[in-house]
Design a protein around this ligand. Sequence first.
Ligand code: ATP
Ligand code: MG
Length: 215
Amino acid sequence: MLLEMHILKVYNRGKLNRKFMYICMEGIDGAGKSTQIQLLQKWLQGLGYSVEKVVEPSSSAVGVLIRKMLKDPRSTSSDYQKVLGLLFAADRMLLMEKIGQEETEDKIIISDRCFYSSIAYQSPSSWIKEINRFVRKPDLVLLLDIDVDRAVSRCQGQDQFEKKSFLKKVQKKYLSLADEEDFMVINANSGVNLVHKHIKKVIAPHLGICDTSIR
Ligand SMILES: Nc1ncnc2c1ncn2[C@@H]1O[C@H](COP(=O)(O)OP(=O)(O)OP(=O)(O)O)[C@@H](O)[C@H]1O
Ligand SMILES: [Mg+2]
């Protein structure tokens, strides 16, 4: 969606100065999610917001198991992806409990991935949607859209060819999801500061922020 259209839509919805917001950053491995979340958190905290970061997989016992499995070179295989899909759904339910508790507070939750990652990485979508049936949808999803070669070159340690072809499929799925689910797509190929500026422009209208540094 174009930024102008996005801003208009947000104003029409009347969600300015909201007290609780659940934002999710999505994108393939190496897209810059963690980097941008750190900057976003710092910016919002500097403006006086209470911000909490959550990461998928979480630090729960299930999350620890997922991280271990992701290190396995077989993790891109179809069977492994199914197991990961189940584990991610379980880990996410634990996160949902935490997010539900925070909802009563004035807080912005920034999530490093959410259930859309499962839809983009694992399949079939209908099954992933079913096992994530009780998962809350974020108020805003930012998709960091990046050239796969560039993203892979930022990561290290895995089989490059296999990783690239896998991530190309994931990227395609993310872009079709962006259309279906109204994600804000951010060009993540440029430098860290430019990407950060774009993200601030998208978030500002949701919170009624008027920050001259982002014009
Ligand atoms: N815009 C950018 N330009 C150049 N390098 C970047 C940019 N954003 C992030 N990086 C670097 O690329 C690497 C991957 O970034 P980051 O860890 O933020 O990606 P990620 O999306 O969180 O990846 P993962 O999904 O694997 O956690 C890091 O070394 C980071 O410093
Ligand atoms: Mg990361």
